[in-house]
Design a protein around this ligand. Structure first.
Ligand code: 26M
Length: 837
């Protein structure tokens, strides 16, 4: 505590105010009389950053002195969201700074709002990486993240006439106070060129030399990652591409100055934009260039750090663990083998053993169409030496397979890293498995599925030990304390934990079970939910113009739009509900009667982005919006039903939406959602879940109890059979769904042609995602849960039946902290221990 006080301005109001003013005057070149909220955000961030930098420098120095094993988390996406509030919470300085900022004439909440999201990711995979860096710092690991510093994050989504319109997210419009440019570090990365053989007089052996054709320089931007309740502050290093200073003199001499400057400028394009797919997109050369650029720069950096203190290559895996976030960084395996063999002169086999010990690979999908494959031609042109090495890795691998399973030609062609199709391609997942010592899935069901389906042959070849599970987690600092401060405070009071230690010992939440019969407590709990719903209603009003009554059931589905996530199932059920409410109204029932006896008042809330080229996902967005248009403007329906699509779902909106949910949807076709992580965020904030038996829903159910979650739908084990049946016997549309289709077909929600391919994919194209099989089960699950919700806050049924489930959910979510998850990686995969700095 004492150290804290002397250390920095964030713990001392006077010092903070002083520092703030200094930053306004010297960094912003303004004065306090013309400092607006944006200026205040920048000055405050700089003042806070100053103290983060002290911890950061100390941490890095001590980690270097200690010289233990470091973890490197390679991810093309880090979906960080805002940094300022998170830093204040992790430093335990929020109250002091709020007061100091108040004294200076600003309001902390307004100032925090000025920060643009760092939206350098698509969805689950990128946000997972962000939770992981928070946990790695908070649990005192020595760990770096490596990624790309995109100038444009995920596009901003506008809804115009009910359609998604994408606009660029130029998030660095104002300078970013959280990034520290390391212009002194400049790492050359080569592309193209050719490979030749050279007789090495030292070894008497031929040697491969890669002569690159185009060079780009990698310059890091570093982001300090403060831990919660610790001074341990790790580094997130995101690369920028910069042109070389070398000039193409051949062009220059030809008088083509313009051309040679243009070529230089192209370098920067490499890191300018995040690919907005959360699924593989075929053959885009720039994407592969991004991957190699990032991998080469990161490995160069890691190896340079290793070489400062070490010579013995055999020791590399005692110092370095590299985790591959999906197959996007798989070229790192090839790059390390190249460094060891071509540049450091190791024997192939010795090098390969080292490589395998260093790497581990996390898989995030079983859907085969989403597995990365790169055309051999493209790889050979871009990085010719790497293609040779891939062939050689494959040659030795297949030789081993042949020795183990002699004569099994089928097996060899099935597991070959090179796919011999119309377009010969490199199967990145196979390369990642072969080059790693561990492969993990992200939830139990998913980890089992990869072993029995897509990677089955590799279990046979390498044994089951190579495969493991690490169930995903989320950081409770952002997803409870930051997003839901009132609930976090109530919990800290109830647990008698004024320092919020439960945020790093999330199992302590269990003690909340003691209060599940305490009526005053339940009321307090419910009041906080109501308050959060009011805030969400305000966001909805502001972004869509629609007014929703915070007393109604908030039924939410926010996530990327995908057929497998089945937003279509949800909107069909909404339409069904609307049709039936209309029928009852036509029969002369009043809104009041319908609410009490048939359909409780509800707001169906959607949000999420569609990949710009994903036609079907865009139709789903359009349908949700046209349904909203009709329902919300129906003068008869009162508050029985509202349908809203919140545009531009992102991390900072999630922080408002998630705490305001009564119910959230996690309704993927069983076996398709690897884990899901928003399910955890909702449950941790006291929202109940309606979901299929898929991904981490399975473990959430085990932890919180099946009476506290609403599961429905066919199981993963039935999916193949059902698909087969659809294909050979045709799709049977249930009557309930037929009513919905008829309404769409007769133009109730706009031109039916606009939705034809969505409906046809179900009725004429085999309903791959099993909407027909699960629809009635979904409706039944709703009927059941709505009885328990009652008429919402204040209703005795609600307090008796619903709120205790909410409390019990939160009480049993301890397992899903990303701290637990990172500890499992550390112990089972990385073999590292925390270092207390
Ligand atoms: C690949 C190639 C080219 C362009 C983009 C990609 C690509 C980008 C992101 C592919 C997949 C991407 O993300 C997939 C993803 O987010 N998966 C989710 O990962 C979460 C964390 O493990 C899981 O919880 C989700 O179930 C899973 O869908």
């Amino acid at each position: 505590e004492e150290k804290k006080m002397e250390n920095s301005a964030v713990y001392n109001k006077d010092k903070f105010e002083e520092s703030f003013v200094r930053h306004v005057e010297s960094d912003l070149a303004r004065n306090m009389f013309n400092c607006d909220d944006l200026g205040a955000y920048q000055a405050a961030s700089n003042a806070i950053r100053d103290s983060v930098l002290v911890d950061w420098a100390n941490t890095q120095q001590q980690q270097t002195i200690h010289d233990g094993k470091r973890v490197y988390y390679l991810s093309l996406e880090f979906l960080m969201g805002r940094a300022m509030d998170n830093a204040l919470i992790n430093l335990d300085a929020r109250d002091q700074v709020a007061e100091a900022i108040g004294n200076l004439g600003f309001n902390l909440e307004d100032v925090l709002e000025q920060e643009p999201d760092a939206a350098l990711g698509n969805g689950g995979l990128g946000r997972l990486a962000a939770c992981f860096v928070d946990s790695m710092s908070s649990r005192n690991y020595s760990a770096w993240g490596y990624g790309l510093n995109y100038q444009y994050g995920i596009f901003k989504q506008e809804i115009i006439d009910g359609y998604q319109v994408e606009t660029p997210d130029y998030w660095l419009k104002y300078s970013n106070p959280w990034e520290v440019m390391r212009s002194e570090i400049q790492i050359p990365v080569d592309f193209y060129g050719y490979v030749y053989e050279h007789y090495d007089t030292n070894t008497g052996k031929p040697k491969k030399i890669w002569q690159g054709g185009e060079r780009v320089i990698a310059v890091p931007a570093d982001f300090p990652i403060p831990g919660f309740n610790t001074t341990n502050t790790n580094n997130l290093r995101l690369w920028n591409a910069k042109p070389t200073m070398e000039f193409d003199f051949s062009k220059f001499n030809n008088g083509d100055y313009q051309q040679s400057v243009a070529a230089q400028q192209r370098a920067e394009a490499l890191t300018s934009v995040l690919y907005p797919n959360d699924n593989f997109e075929k053959g885009k050369e720039l994407r592969l260039r991004q991957q190699y650029f990032w991998v080469a720069a990161s490995l160069h950096d890691i190896i340079r750090r290793y070489k400062k203190n070490h010579k013995d290559w055999d020791n590399l895996s005692n110092q370095v663990a590299i985790q591959l976030n999906d197959t996007h960084p798989t070229l790192a395996i090839v790059e390390l083998q190249r460094i060891l063999v071509d540049l450091e002169g190791l024997e192939w086999n010795a090098a390969w053993k080292i490589v395998q010990r260093v790497f581990a690979y996390t898989n995030h999908t079983v859907m085969t169409e989403a597995l990365e494959k790169w055309p051999v031609d493209l790889v050979g042109r871009l990085i010719p030496r790497h293609l040779e090495i891939i062939y050689e890795i494959n040659y030795f691998f297949l030789k081993d397979v042949e020795a183990k399973f002699p004569g099994d030609r089928d097996l060899l062609s099935r597991v070959s890293i090179i796919e011999e199709g119309q377009v010969k391609s490199v199967r990145m997942a196979y390369l990642a498995i072969v080059g790693s010592h561990k492969v993990n899935g992200v939830a139990e069901l998913h980890s089992e599925l990869i072993k029995t389906t897509i990677f089955k042959d590799f279990v046979k070849i390498f044994g089951p030990e190579r495969f493991t599970n690490v169930t995903n987690g989320i950081t409770p600092r952002r997803w409870l304390r930051q997003a839901n401060p009132k609930l976090a405070k109530l919990i800290s009071e109830k647990l008698n934990d004024p320092k919020y230690e439960y945020l790093t010992h999330l199992g302590n939440l269990k003690k909340l079970e003691n209060f599940v019969n305490d009526e005053a407590f339940l009321k307090e709990w419910d009041d906080i939910k109501f308050d959060n719903k009011r805030k969400l209603a305000a966001l909805i009003k502001e972004t869509t113009g629609v007014e929703v009554d915070p007393n109604v059931l908030f039924d939410i589905q926010v996530k990327r739009i995908h057929e497998y996530k089945r937003q279509q199932l949800n909107i069909f059920a909404v339409i069904y509900r609307y049709l039936h409410i209309k029928k009852l109204l036509a029969e002369g029932l009043s809104v009041q009667e319908i609410a009490e006896k048939h359909y409780i008042p509800k707001a169906s809330i959607f949000g999420g982005k569609a990949a710009p080229g994903y036609y079907m996902a865009k139709i789903i967005i359009h349908l949700i919006n046209t349904v909203g248009e009709v329902v919300n403007n129906d003068p008869e329906i009162g508050n029985l039903l509202k349908v809203v699509f919140i545009p531009d779902y992102n991390v900072s909106k999630a922080e408002i939406i998630i705490p305001g949910s009564d119910l959230s949807n996690h309704i993927s076709t069983a076996g398709t959602e690897a884990s899901g992580t928003s399910n955890m965020k909702f449950a941790l904030n006291g929202g109940l879940i309606i979901g299929t038996v898929d991904g981490a829903n399975v473990e959430i159910t085990r932890e919180i109890g099946e009476e506290n979650i609403f599961l429905f739908g066919n199981l993963a084990e039935s999916v193949d059979e059902l698909r087969h049946k659809h294909y050979y016997e045709g799709v049977k549309i249930p009557e309930s769904m037929q009513e919905v289709f008829n309404a769409i077909d007769t133009g109730m929600f706009g031109l039916p042609e606009e939705f034809k391919s969505l409906l046809d994919s179900i009725r004429y194209h085999s309903d791959y995602y099993l909407a027909t099989d699960d629809f009635d089960l979904f409706l039944d699950a709703h009927k059941k849960l709505e009885k328990m919700f009652g008429l919402g806050s204040g209703d005795p049924t609600h307090l008796r039946e619903w709120v205790p489930k909410s409390v019990l959910s939160v009480a049993n979510m301890g397992f899903f902290s990303s701290d637990r998850c990172i500890d499992e990686y550390a112990e089972n995969i990385w073999d590292v221990e925390p270092l207390n700095v």
